[in-house]
Design a protein around this ligand. Structure first.
Ligand code: SF4
Ligand code: SF4
Length: 375
């Protein structure tokens, strides 16, 4: 079973390389495959793909090879803390306040992705990445266990998994090696069929088990109790998804934005209501520029942004972001304010939006770039 862990390590390193090189993969089909795999067989993204998960695993391995003994969170605290990431997910989804966005902007998973794709995060964000990385020397997956809202999405999806880890009770010698090996603190030795939402499909438990075929990853038997569980889960899931889609649609929030550690594809054209350019607005930064529509680019949170700036009679009359790869929640906050402010002031010297500063700066820089190229 050591082979399985070798394969997982190779897959993790491969995806890390994909993130660093920005190697082209079709985002939408990859996402569809990952979601399908999660629904069928559990959170493969966390165990096999996520760059920050990989970094935590690599540092854990380093700790082990340095002889650092892994600690486990006391059970009583762990049982409470595992809900934190769902609370974060709900807060970010339903209550998009400045404070929440400012806190979330330190998310080490997202910031590591940013760093790997060549965008420099703030020093504070780098410190948070380092803090969780150092903690991984002593505790397995410290961020994944309690704080990752991306992981929380996959966990929820994995609740309907049809294939899972199962324990043959009569073969089990109760050595608890599976429990010790689990980075997500699941007591595998106590379950017969794994339904725990913490599971990241790392299969460490299977690899650690000394008795062959005691822990296996296989199709869930379709007995009475399984049917009952699926009925309850499916009802809850369908209602939840409908409610969230309605919320997503009515508020333009973005629960369904999944991030695979790669830039998202170019977003659809984004239009905003720009204010009527009043007579009193005088030429500012567009002074001396001929009428026309000019294209410029800037760096947002997840990568490049493109804007089209319309200039009429030396006045900026419209700014339209045509492409971006930032999370919609962050981007929309910036896009609602920044183009309007630039048009009102006829200047790119405007304040960024708190909690969406990278997206704001991306739009500002793209407008500056468009005006510079127009000149
Ligand atoms: S829990 Fe989050 S950080 Fe951990 S592997 Fe999953 S997505 Fe990545
Ligand atoms: S239960 Fe097994 S597969 Fe799931 S996280 Fe723990 S060790 Fe990994």
């Amino acid at each position: 079973m050591k082979n399985l862990q070798r394969k997982r390590l190779v897959a993790q390193l491969l995806f890390l390389l994909i993130s660093i090189t920005g190697f082209f993969i079709n985002y939408q089909s990859t996402m569809m495959l990952i979601i399908l795999a999660t629904l069928l067989g559990g959170a493969f993204f966390c165990g096999w793909i996520c760059p920050f998960g990989t970094i935590q695993d690599l540092i854990s391995r380093l700790g082990r090879s340095l002889g650092i003994k892994k600690k486990k969170m006391p059970k009583s605290i762990h049982k409470i803390l595992i809900y934190t990431r769902y609370i974060i997910l709900v807060l970010v989804t339903l209550f998009a306040t400045d404070l929440i966005f400012s806190i979330i902007s330190y998310d080490p998973r997202a910031n590591l992705t940013k760093l790997l794709t060549g965008n420099v995060p703030t020093i504070a964000a780098v410190i948070v990445i380092l803090a969780f990385s150092v903690t991984a020397l002593f505790y397995d997956r410290p961020f994944c266990n309690y704080l990752c809202m991306e992981g929380a999405k996959y966990s929820l999806m994995s609740s309907v998994r049809l294939v899972t880890i199962q324990r043959e009770q009569d073969k089990c010698v109760n050595c608890k090696k599976c429990d010790k090996s689990c980075p997500m603190n699941i007591e595998v030795s106590k379950i017969n069929q794994l339904t725990n939402l913490q599971c990241i499909n790392c299969f460490n438990c299977i690899s650690a088990c000394p008795i062959k075929k005691t822990l296996t990853y296989k199709k869930v038997p379709f007995n009475k109790s399984t049917k009952k569980r699926y009925l309850k889960l499916s009802t809850a899931l369908v209602l939840g998804v409908i409610a969230l889609f309605i919320y997503d649609f009515s508020t333009n929030q973005s629960l369904f934005n999944f991030d695979i550690g790669q830039n998202e594809p170019a977003a659809q054209e984004v239009n905003i209501d720009v204010p009527e350019v009043s007579e009193s607005i005088t030429a500012g930064e567009a002074e001396g520029i001929s009428d026309g529509v000019y294209t410029g680019t800037g760096e947002g949170y997840n990568g490049s942004m493109t804007v089209e700036v319309t200039v009429e009679n030396e006045i900026i009359t419209n700014i339209e972001v045509t492409e971006h790869s930032d999370d919609r929640s962050w981007f929309n906050r910036a896009n609602k304010t920044i183009p309007k402010s630039i048009i009102e002031d006829q200047s790119t010297d405007v304040n960024t939006v708190s909690g969406a500063s990278y997206s704001s700066q991306g739009i500002i820089d793209a407008v500056k770039n468009a005006l510079e190229s127009a000149r």
